[in-house]
Design a protein around this ligand. Structure first.
Ligand code: TEU
Length: 537
């Protein structure tokens, strides 16, 4: 891709996540598709993003909406054809945009031919491609739970053994200790690399390898306790050391190609998140290219908390590696719903935009974040997500952050001419791309300005990072590269605040969310309520 002097696309560019079912529906069946993404490439290029991560589009029976793959080499007909994929790839590359596929290899669908063969008999040559185990006195082999509810073990009456699944029972876990599994999956990965795909987002990395002695987990108290899954410490079914071997092998495979990358979903919802994510970066050059620390995403709102998240994350990332920054994805409530509802919502959203796009690390934007999309309301009848179906009303599932992209104020928010697979969120009349494109003062234009600033100022995309001050309401930091030094100051309070900085040198405004003109002089650091200010010294 567009690697030029000092610019590596996955380090210095901006990555945009698309949930393909919900982005744009080109054929009117109510489900977003690949031709829909291709149609919107001009929009994405106008926004200025450097890469798209597209949630899974491979053939799938859709028990988990694509996170259960039954053919790694094929495109599911609901999203289009192989040719549609090639057209998208070519169209993106023409515009200098890289394509990152979602690689779901912790598990397959239970309808993948490998699993069908594996479960056909205890003597099947593919038996050991999955994790089979005898029961203990008619009970599951150990106490492992599935992240999506119930036991991690499903009884197979026909062959008299249990198989293990970290998520749904329709998502049996592959046995990554088996070299034949590596060879087969690596073959499928090579297939996409040879077709020109630029990178992969690796699903569920921390679950790849399980304890070889199948020891039961000790009791514990996790983030969503008393959900049974969080009543144990996941010592033996997560973050096993051998997972690093798999990543090192994968890295060697990718390194045989030019400028390809992989970013791992290194999930953890605890203060250990940064350390765990960073551990999968290996030495910085031998495992993942990028990992996700979800601490910001799970954090409460506020300068102090966000500062602590950044500090921990940067401290954990190895010297030779590179951080990423993320506030949203398809599994969690939208940042707008978490932090920006009510008065001053848009101002708060601007602060988040500035944080995402000026901190050090590759920013990941989630579709709709750039216009301030809120969670949608999804009634019980409309629920699609298996998690919501299972846990309603305690957990309403992940549908609210997956509602259709809001393109216009017209029918179905301009997403589809059919009946959308999920209802559009009520905010679409006021919050949509068409309206915001016409308004230079909109959130969308603010994002676009920030994205282009990163390209103009190497200090923002590549520069060093140093926290400035300890103010409880203001998150401020210096970004420095060569002779360019920028001060970024984000006022998270609803009041006017003056920053005390012993080493502040008055400078020119580069960007302000509170109406100051670029080029004006900032001689004191008095910040308006919720102001994001970038000053060049
Ligand atoms: O997610 C794994 C994961 O950690 C989350 O599922 C998380 O535990 C859950 O969403 C909390 O609500 C990945 C994908 O991102 C997710 O969409 C898939 O459903 C899952 O793997 C299974 O493939």
């Amino acid at each position: 891709m567009r690697d030029t002097d000092g610019f590596t696309w996955w380090k210095h560019g901006v990555i945009y996540q698309i949930y393909p079912r919900s982005f744009y529906d080109a054929n009117g069946d109510g489900v977003g598709d690949l031709p829909g993404i291709t149609e919107k490439l001009d929009y994405l290029s106008w926004l200025g993003v450097d890469a798209l991560w597209i949630s899974p589009v491979n053939t799938s029976p859709m028990f988990d909406f694509g996170y259960d793959i039954s053919d790694y080499r094929a495109i599911d007909p609901v999203f289009g054809t192989q040719e549609d994929f090639d057209r998208l790839l070519a169209g993106a590359h023409r515009r200098g945009i890289a394509i990152i596929m979602d690689l779901v290899i912790n598990h397959t669908s239970h309808l993948h031919p490998w699993f069908i063969e594996s479960r056909s008999s205890r003597h099947s040559p593919k038996r050991d491609w999955y994790i089979w185990h005898d029961g203990k006195k008619r009970k599951p082999p150990n106490n492992w739970m599935a992240a999506f509810g119930g036991r991690a073990w499903e009884w197979d009456g026909a062959t008299g053994q249990y198989y293990q699944h970290s998520f749904l029972k329709e998502q049996p876990d592959l046995n990554w200790r088996n070299p034949a599994v590596r060879d087969a999956v690596f073959g499928d990965i090579r297939y996409w690399l040879d077709r020109g795909v630029d990178g992969f987002r690796l699903d569920a990395v921390i679950w790849f390898v399980k304890d070889d002695r199948f020891r039961s987990n000790p009791c514990g108290w996790g983030p969503n306790a008393p959900r049974p899954y969080d009543l144990q410490k996941h010592v033996y079914d997560q973050n096993r050391p051998e997972t690093h071997d798999v990543l090192r092998d994968l890295r060697r495979l990718l390194d045989k190609y030019d400028s390809r990358m992989m970013v791992g979903e290194t999930y953890e919802n605890s203060p250990r998140g940064a350390k765990i994510a960073a551990s999968y970066l290996g030495t910085g050059t031998d495992e993942l290219h990028l990992a996700f620390d979800f601490s910001l995403l799970f954090s409460k709102y506020g300068a102090r908390r966000f500062r602590q998240c950044l500090a921990r994350w940067y401290e954990a990332v190895p010297e030779a590696a590179w951080p990423s920054i993320v506030l949203n994805n398809h599994d969690q409530p939208r940042s707008f719903a978490r932090w920006c509802r009510g008065r001053h919502g848009t101002e708060r959203a601007r602060l988040l935009a500035a944080l995402l796009l000026t901190a050090r690390g590759t920013p990941f934007l989630y579709y709709g974040e750039e216009i301030g999309m809120d969670n949608g309301a999804v009634s019980r009848r409309q629920i699609q997500d298996p998690l919501g179906k299972k846990y309603w009303p305690f957990h309403r599932g992940r549908d609210p952050s997956r509602t259709p992209m809001q393109w216009t104020s017209g029918p179905n928010a301009g997403f589809s001419e059919g009946v959308p697979w999920l209802p559009v969120a009520a905010s679409y009349r006021e919050v949509n791309v068409e309206g915001q494109m016409k308004d230079p003062g909109s959130l969308l234009h603010f994002y676009r300005r920030l994205v282009s600033l990163r390209r103009e100022r190497a200090a923002l995309s590549r520069g060093s990072f140093r926290l400035a001050g300890e103010d409880p309401d203001i998150l401020a930091f210096y970004r420095e590269e060569g002779s360019g030094r920028l001060l970024v100051a984000l006022n998270f309070s609803r009041g006017r605040r003056t920053m005390k900085l012993h080493d502040f040198i008055p400078g020119k405004v580069v960007l302000s969310s509170a109406g100051r003109k670029a080029g004006d002089f900032a001689c004191t650091m008095e910040l308006e309520p919720y102001e994001a200010l970038i000053v060049e010294e």
